[in-house]
Design a protein around this ligand. Structure first.
Ligand code: F6P
Length: 543
């Protein structure tokens, strides 16, 4: 940890002592104003963190940590285009991708990046207009009915999640599919339902070298060429990449390639041309609202004081749970089927960014960083793993997300959905004491012997911390703001932990190892130097 934050950490540890043994239900009982003092509003959003195990004094200490870690200074460095991704000598300027035209320059290496950003946005708009207007035709002259995005990680998770999240805004005549896995089952099952004549592939890869994407792209190309011939590639393949030379080598017309830049990290790239399948799925006007929502959150993050700063509060509360209370995980529980893929998207954003072992000077960290993020849409999760959260004996900080209005308004559904969401956070906070369970069973006519036998099973410890984020509705603007909220939350945490959130050497290591084993599995290289398990697995496959 930074020396400058040492005093703030010490103060937090002593706050933890002062609330040790105090149950959340007692905190609520002791303070009728708890909800109003521990919740904040932004636009028509509400962030309720009153069910976190914090007192007002803890929050003040957390705010001191924000200042001690110099968060505002780091925000300024990011906005100025400094190479804050120091291990790759790159800036992290994803905020430029949603910066509105005419609102001033965003500088990188002495140059305003906005003209490039706006040019690519215009190209995306024009391309979507051609597809939606049925002016872009396949090789046989038929309009495109199906888009297949081939990409992985940041080139897949964001547009895939957002396409599902904005299903209510979907273009009626176009279906967008996503293929990521190297397992041929992914591509084969998508292609099984499609016609080459009416299918367009978007090959999305920042580097255009990623093994999974290149293999899936080659197989998709083979599928198309077998049906329509080599000349059809130009009408059925477009690409999104920073590596336009590789795109051309693959055989995609440079006129059909959409660019982005090395100052956009893969997991921060949804706002760039990587969002092209989303533009095709929901239309450019909705994509613009999505960018506007993210920009509104950027402005909030840059200007709001820490006590009202949504990304800052989420970051600090998780630091409290992780580094002070000792939680090793966080459950993300959106009460929205449309946000069902959000946990998966945030797993990459949070764990690939902040799952780090050394600080910005390369020294081993003396604290843990990103907790394990997991989760599932409510109410499905309630019938899978909530049992463990209620009675499994682990500290599981929960993050509930709900919308006041439904995006698909079927009568009778939404009130029940909200009732379940709020009931869970209430139950996790309160728990149910042995005395309460005993009284309840007795009042229901259970015999004293049975009450004594059953009550331990039917009691709940509670005191499980949670935050609830209540949005007005799931629309492009609010989704954009929600995702930008998490990006900035991750950034704040990285500043406090003093780590670089923009590299991913662990993932690169995995790619390197797979490339070493491939020739051995293909029988082109000897299995020399392998451990006995790896060698045994390979030989079992070959036999
Ligand atoms: O998962 C590792 C990673 O490097 C991500 O950061 C990136 O989003 C993904 O691979 C895909 O990379 P590319 O877009 O270059 O194919």
């Amino acid at each position: 940890m930074k020396t400058v934050t040492a005093a703030a950490w010490k103060a937090l540890a002593s706050e933890a002592e002062s609330i040790r043994g105090v149950h959340l239900r007692d905190m609520f009982a002791a303070d009728a104003q708890r909800f109003s003092s521990l919740s904040v509003r932004w636009n028509d959003w509400l962030l309720d963190y009153s069910k976190q195990r914090v007192a007002a004094a803890c929050m003040e200490r957390l705010h001191q940590l924000w200042h001690a870690a110099e968060v505002p200074g780091w925000i300024a460095r990011m906005r100025a285009g400094e190479a804050i991704n120091h291990t790759e000598k790159r800036a992290a300027l994803h905020i430029a991708l949603r910066h509105p035209a005419g609102k001033g320059p965003i500088m990188h290496a002495g140059r305003d990046v906005m003209p490039d950003v706006l040019r690519e946005l215009d190209r995306m708009r024009d391309f979507a207009a051609q597809i939606h207007g049925r002016h872009w035709r396949g090789a046989t002259g038929e309009p495109i009915t199906d888009i297949v995005n081939i990409g992985i990680g940041g080139s897949d998770l964001g547009p895939r999640m957002a396409t599902q999240a904005l299903a209510a805004f979907r273009h009626p005549e176009l279906t967008v599919h996503y293929v990521a896995n190297l397992d041929g089952a992914d591509l084969a099952t998508v292609l099984a339902g499609l016609q080459p004549r009416t299918t367009l592939f978007v090959i999305a890869s920042k580097t255009f070298t990623t093994q999974e994407t290149m293999q899936n792209a080659a197989s998709a190309r083979h599928w198309l060429v077998r049906a329509l011939g080599e000349a059809a590639v130009a009408r059925h393949f477009v690409a999104v990449s920073t590596n336009l030379a590789e795109v051309a080598r693959f055989g995609i017309d440079p006129a059909n390639a959409f660019a982005f830049w090395d100052w956009v990290g893969g997991r921060y790239s949804l706002w760039s041309a990587i969002g092209l399948p989303l533009v095709l799925a929901v239309g450019f006007d909705h994509f613009r609202q999505f960018l506007a929502g993210a920009h509104a959150m950027d402005e909030h993050f840059f200007s709001a004081p820490v006590a009202e700063n949504l990304p800052g509060l989420l970051a600090l509360l998780e630091i409290w749970n992780t580094n002070v209370l000792g939680a090793d995980n966080r459950a993300l529980l959106p009460y929205s089927q449309s946000l069902a893929l959000l946990p998966r998207y945030l797993q990459q954003l949070e764990m690939e960014s902040n799952g780090k072992q050394v600080d910005r000077q390369g020294r081993p960290l003396d604290c843990v960083t990103a907790p394990i993020l997991w989760g599932e849409a409510g109410t499905n999760g309630q019938h899978a793993f909530y049992q463990l959260i209620h009675q499994g004996g682990r500290l599981v900080p929960c993050e509930f997300i709900a919308c006041r209005q439904p995006d698909f308004a079927l009568p009778g559904h939404h009130e029940k959905l909200l009732a379940n969401c709020f009931a869970q956070s209430e139950a996790l906070m309160r728990g149910k004491t042995l005395a309460e369970t005993t009284a309840e069973l007795t009042a229901g006519g259970t015999s004293p012997e049975q009450v004594a036998a059953l009550a331990p099973y039917r009691s709940f410890p509670g005191n499980q911390p949670s935050t609830t984020l209540l949005l007005p509705r799931l629309d492009p603007f609010n989704l954009g703001a929600l995702l930008a909220l998490y990006e900035h939350k991750v950034f704040v945490q990285s500043i406090v932990w003093d780590i670089n959130p923009f590299d991913q050497w662990g993932v690169e290591y995995g790619k390197q190892l797979a490339n070493r084993l491939l020739p051995i599995i293909e029988g082109k290289a000897p299995a020399a130097g392998l451990d006995s398990s790896t060698a045994g697995l390979i030989s079992a496959c070959k036999s």
